[in-house]
Design a protein around this ligand. Structure first.
Ligand SMILES: NC(=O)C1=CN([C@@H]2O[C@H](COP(=O)(O)OP(=O)(O)OC[C@H]3O[C@@H](n4cnc5c(N)ncnc54)[C@H](O)[C@@H]3O)[C@@H](O)[C@H]2O)C=CC1
Ligand SMILES: O=C(O)C(=O)COP(=O)(O)O
Length: 527
């Protein structure tokens, strides 16, 4: 039995390791304790890698991981994964998005309470210094304070709910949610960032990306209340670290609760020297409950993806098949098959792939474009091309990708057409789906047809003169090729025959057909 190699790059709970160990077709390699240079050597055999935030899936990692098909970020944030690099190489990236939510929520509340009561300092004075000085430790209450929550996703909204139970006045800023998601929970919603800056305590729960890096900097802090408290259990760099340091030093920011740093491990970070921060070493996800669940999910997902069965929570697929309406799926398949067929008929350099659609299916043009590109490129690139790298490969080859909605309606409820441009002209194919899942090609190069996109076929353009069908039948019969179906379409420029055959037609047979006086062009294709 051939085994799939799964490399575990960071510490995950034993429960997941057990699953990997007990799976017969998995060869699992535990590399959490090796240094990252040695990991580059180990990762070259991996089909699937499991990582946490301690392993950067960057250019170096990806260049070394020559057999990698999938990478699983065993947690939420994937800012340490070079998503474009993965896509270019056809690697599917996945995360485990909700298993550590509660752990991160509770650590956020811990930092908030610790900051308000200066808990670690009070604790250390008694425990380490053995000093009993109650007058040193007057804190503040959460009760009645205004809390600003930036990012109202899985973690942010739960932090808001818990803060409400402390009878805080909670306000959220998240332009990507409907306001009712917050207001239905009794949380105030704002699209004005200034409202957040006017809060007593601010906590951030967004992903780290171009838009959110330095979301809070010198200018934003300057507009905050004196004595504001800032919490960051999301990612280092969402609050500008220099601005945070300077303003904690001056006392403008009274306290900060920080779990994450731009560069980790952060054992020499200047923030650690300040007396008004509570810090943890990126422990947001570190509860036994959450790590057990993440590890089990990551292991199962790694096995599924190594076997090519499914890619749960894939982050770089063109479409999330679990979220699309039922009617779209057969169009996805049909588009890829039609593109594959058309590229076989063209047999020349492809300069552009254009997709058009009419009906409700036109809402999915961008995704269909990717599937068409996979179909076209599969003819020349074989299984090197897949849904995540197709657009990159097309770009590298200088193929122009475009799509648009049909301006004219042809009467079909839904129809997809693919046009490919080659040095000799434009080739077209169109298809539709009847009765929910009956896929049909309804046109090739302007000739109306009704054929199933399946099987071995000869496609022949010929002058519309008597005797062609007989001559074709004779050549195929003489070469022991059985005709399964013969579809003929007539147009003003001649005829097009699609001949479905039981055996593959070799180039010799195609040459004989091409030499018929009536023949204009002959091609063989297989779907
Ligand atoms: N410290 C730790 O160990 C952990 C840290 N995290 C971090 O927390 C982040 C949030 O996690 P979840 O809540 O699970 O993610 P999520 O995806 O459920 O929520 C993120 C929210 O941020 C919002 N958002 C995005 N851009 C925004 C912007 N510019 N302004 C305001 N809101 C914006 C989104 O609309 C979304 O509602 C993760 O991306 C990860 O980096 C997550 C788990 C543990
Ligand atoms: O899930 C996340 O985004 C986290 O930050 C947790 O990271 P970790 O898996 O603990 O390295």
């Amino acid at each position: 039995m051939s085994k799939h190699t799964i490399v575990v790059c960071d510490h995950i709970h034993d429960a997941g390791l057990q699953i990997l160990q007990n799976t017969e077709d998995v060869n699992y390699v535990y590399a959490a304790d090796v240094d990252k240079t040695e990991l580059l050597n180990i990762i070259k055999d991996a089909q699937v890698a499991i990582t946490r935030s301690s392993t950067d899936v960057d250019e170096k990692f990806l260049n070394a991981a020559v057999n990698l098909k999938a990478v699983i970020r065993a947690g939420v944030g994937y800012d340490n994964v070079d998503m474009e690099g993965c896509s270019k190489r056809g690697i599917i990236a996945m995360n485990v998005p909700t298993a550590n939510t509660i752990a991160a929520v509770e650590l956020t509340m811990t930092h908030m309470l610790s900051c308000m009561r200066k808990f670690p300092y009070a604790h250390n004075q008694l425990k380490i210094d053995r000093v009993w000085k109650r007058e040193d430790w007057y804190g503040n209450e959460l009760y009645g304070k205004k809390l600003g929550v930036i990012g109202f996703g899985n973690i942010g909204h739960r932090v808001a709910l818990r803060a409400k139970s402390f009878e805080m006045d909670v306000l959220t800023y998240d332009p990507y949610i409907p306001s009712t998601k917050a207001t239905d929970l009794g949380i105030k919603y704002t699209t004005n960032f200034e409202d957040i800056l006017s809060c007593d305590i601010i906590t951030i729960h967004t992903p780290k990306n171009k838009e959110t890096i330095n979301m809070i900097g010198f200018e934003e802090i300057a507009r905050m209340k004196d004595g504001v408290v800032l919490i960051n259990c999301a990612r280092g760099g969402l609050y500008n670290e220099d601005a945070l340091y300077e303003n904690l030093k001056s006392g403008k920011v009274a306290m900060a609760g920080i779990d994450v740093f731009i560069k980790e491990p952060a054992i020499d970070h200047p923030l650690l020297d300040l007396p008004n921060v509570t810090v943890t070493a990126h422990l947001g996800a570190n509860t036994k409950e959450s790590q057990r669940e993440i590890s089990v999910q990551a292991a199962n997902n790694a096995i599924e993806s190594a076997r090519g069965i499914s890619y749960p929570n894939a982050l770089n697929l063109p479409i999330d098949e679990s979220k699309i309406p039922h009617f779209v799926k057969p169009y996805i398949e049909l588009t890829q098959k039609m593109a594959f067929l058309l590229a076989q008929l063209s047999k020349s350099e492809i300069r552009s792939i254009n997709i058009t659609a009419e009906g409700e299916i036109s809402e999915y043009l961008d995704s269909l474009q990717t599937f068409a590109t996979v179909g076209v490129l599969a003819v020349s690139c074989g299984d090197e091309v897949n849904y995540v790298n197709a657009n990159f490969i097309a770009k590298e080859k200088g193929i122009d990708l475009t799509n648009s909605e049909f301006s004219n309606h042809s009467g079909y409820q839904n129809k997809v057409s693919i046009n490919i441009t080659t040095p000799t002209g434009v080739k077209t194919i169109s298809g539709t789906v009847f009765n929910e899942d009956v896929q049909r090609i309804v046109e090739i190069n302007g000739f109306p047809l009704d054929i199933e996109p399946k099987g071995k076929m000869i496609i022949m353009r010929n002058h519309d003169v008597p005797g062609v069908i007989g001559e074709v039948g004779k050549i195929l019969g003489n070469n022991n090729i059985n005709i399964a179906d013969f579809r003929l379409s007539r147009g003003k420029d001649g005829a097009l025959a699609v001949i479905l055959i039981d055996e593959k037609a070799c180039s010799d047979v195609l040459k004989k057909l091409d030499s018929l006086e009536a023949a204009i062009a002959v091609a063989y294709a297989e779907i």
